[in-house]
Design a protein around this ligand. Structure first.
Ligand code: AMP
Ligand code: ZN
Length: 104
């Protein structure tokens, strides 16, 4: 399987790491669409949020989302999971976009 986010999780592809816990990592989006644009990615592979049915992974993912949003934005942000090609998903490994106009 040729998955760019699995390669980032495994350290095979370099990235600007923001934060990490047991179940997820957060890194800068390569093509930012807002002054703050961070991706938060579960470490286990799943195609999108509907396929991610592991409760430990979900819990870890949302813990990291909350931590990153609290520490890297001013508290106002958008949280987006593009799911499916028609709805804008281009990398088919579950990920959350944290987008904000203002960093902390
Ligand atoms: P989506 O379109 O929702 O699937 O989001 C995929 C995101 O991954 C896009 O915003 C891309 O800019 C970003 N992206 C793709 N490759 C990389 C990479 N190697 N490092 C960081 N971000 C990436
Ligand atoms: Zn993957």
């Amino acid at each position: 399987m040729d998955c760019i986010f699995c390669k980032i999780v495994d350290g095979e592809v370099p990235t600007e790491l923001i934060a990490e816990n047991e179940h997820a990592i957060a890194f800068l989006d390569l093509y930012p669409q807002a002054p703050v644009h961070i991706l938060v990615v579960p470490k286990i592979h799943s195609e999108n949020i509907l396929q991610l049915d592991n409760s430990s992974s979900l819990n870890g993912l949302f813990e990291l989302i909350r931590k990153v949003a609290a520490t890297k934005t001013d508290g106002q942000f958008k949280l987006q999971f593009n799911s499916g090609k028609r709805e804008g998903q281009s990398v088919f490994h579950t990920h959350a976009h944290i987008l904000s106009e203002q960093s902390n």
